[in-house]
Write a protein that binds this ligand. Structure first.
Ligand SMILES: Nc1nc2c(ncn2[C@@H]2O[C@H](COP(=O)(O)OP(=O)(O)OP(=O)(O)O)[C@@H](O)[C@H]2O)c(=O)[nH]1
Ligand SMILES: [Mg+2]
Length: 355
């Protein structure tokens, strides 16, 4: 997880040899939760879940939370545990503004306190940073209460990534070696015990955030209306038109915020249905593929004629494939990547590993 452009997808591609799309410097790139190709490190098979970040240029925070929550909840329901979570932050950023702190706040609410021992905060782009400047920033990030200090005190670890395979592997090794073998995130636990998305800590945080944004907007709108009245009074037509255009733009933003706020619960249900539906389709596709392979093998034997698998055998194949998908086994890699890769609706700045 991490702000847009912090290097999440690049990191995933570097380690796993995947070919997930990487962004330019300006626009958010990843707009869905996507699974990497599995790869083996120190005898362990690892897959990443790469997510879009809050404050995406194209997706609302509500969409992003719902995508992440639905994905995590669905994998949790299927008994799939995560090994760790990586939060990425660009060391090049000379000011850690509202967006970064908001991203990290949401990340904390998704993870909760107990999972922090499985969290690595990776500062990225050390290959471009002047080392002494980077070190000063790192020190500041680690020592300030409004940045990473509270999380580090509760067990999260700080690491550097300089865009080399070695530094990326060191981060994964630190998770494999120093974290508990699996971790349940707060949002998984909350949804698992039946809480509604808006009752979870992350959902509440988002609700608070949206309310604050709406309040700020109302305030600005009041100021704007006053200015428009003034331009009318002094007959400054040019300024009046300009301010009116701004008012229309702000009204559209306000309407979107109101819709986001009202849609948290419904959006989550939609996201969950989508994830479940895609999982079903992936399982069916894998089963069909296995069946076709089986038929070909059987067809090659003259004595077997046109014999097909019995429903029981097919059912077993579905179960095996489903398990293989959820276990992230190499054999099921292509269907899994194909399936999750098509999950083209929602998720943000997040990279999780699972075993
Ligand atoms: N120099 C350098 N550039 C990097 C590094 N990691 C990523 N980049 C560049 O940073 C830009 C954004 O990288 P992405 O991997 O798309 O970032 P992201 O966090 O996945 O972004 P979103 O998908 O928008 O959330 C791309 O131009 C990458 O080439 C790094 O470690 N060093
Ligand atoms: Mg990305």
């Amino acid at each position: 997880m991490g702000p847009t452009g912090s290097g999440k997808t690049s990191f995933v591609n570097l380690l796993s040899g995947s070919d997930l799309r990487v962004g330019s410097q300006l626009e958010s790139c990843t707009n869905e939760v996507q699974l990497s190709r599995p790869f083996v490190l120190d005898g362990k098979t690892i897959s990443f879940i790469d997510t879009p970040g809050f404050d995406d240029t194209n997706l609302s925070d509500t969409n992003i939370l719902n995508m992440i929550a639905a994905y995590l909840s669905c994998s949790y329901e299927h008994g799939k545990s995560l090994s760790g979570v990586i939060y990425m932050h660009r060391i090049l950023d000379n000011r850690v503004g509202g967006i970064s702190t908001r991203n990290f706040r949401m990340f904390r609410k998704l993870c909760g306190e107990d999972s922090l021992r499985s969290v690595v905060i990776a500062t990225t782009m050390w290959d471009q940073a002047e080392i002494t400047v980077g070190e000063d920033r790192e020190q500041e990030l680690a020592s300030k209460d409004n940045f990473f200090k509270p999380a580090l005190e509760k067990g999260a670890r700080l690491a550097r990534h300089n865009n080399t395979l070695e530094s990326a592997q060191a981060i994964i090794r630190s998770i494999i070696q120093q974290s508990p073998s699996s971790v349940t995130l707060q949002i998984q636990e909350e949804l698992g015990r039946g809480l509604c998305i808006s009752e979870t800590q992350a959902g509440k945080e988002l609700g608070r955030e949206l309310n604050e944004q709406m309040e700020r907007h109302r305030e600005e709108m009041r100021g704007l209306i006053g200015e428009i009245q003034e331009t009318t009074r002094v007959r400054d037509e040019e300024s009046r038109q300009e301010l009116t255009r701004e008012r229309v733009r702000m009204e559209a933003v306000m309407a979107r915020l109101q819709m986001d706020s009202a849609n948290i619960v419904r959006g989550y249900q939609d996201a969950l249905s989508l994830v479940e539906e895609r999982l079903r389709r992936a399982e069916a596709a894998t089963s069909k593929q296995r069946q076709a392979e089986g038929n070909r093998a059987v067809g090659g034997d003259e004595h077997q004629g046109q014999q097909t698998h019995s429903p029981a055998v097919q059912a077993t194949a579905v179960t095996e494939n489903s398990n293989a998908i959820l276990e992230g086994k190499l054999a099921a890699a292509i269907p899994v990547v194909g399936f999750w890769g098509k999950l083209a609706v929602m998720l943000a700045p997040f990279s999780l590993t699972w075993r």
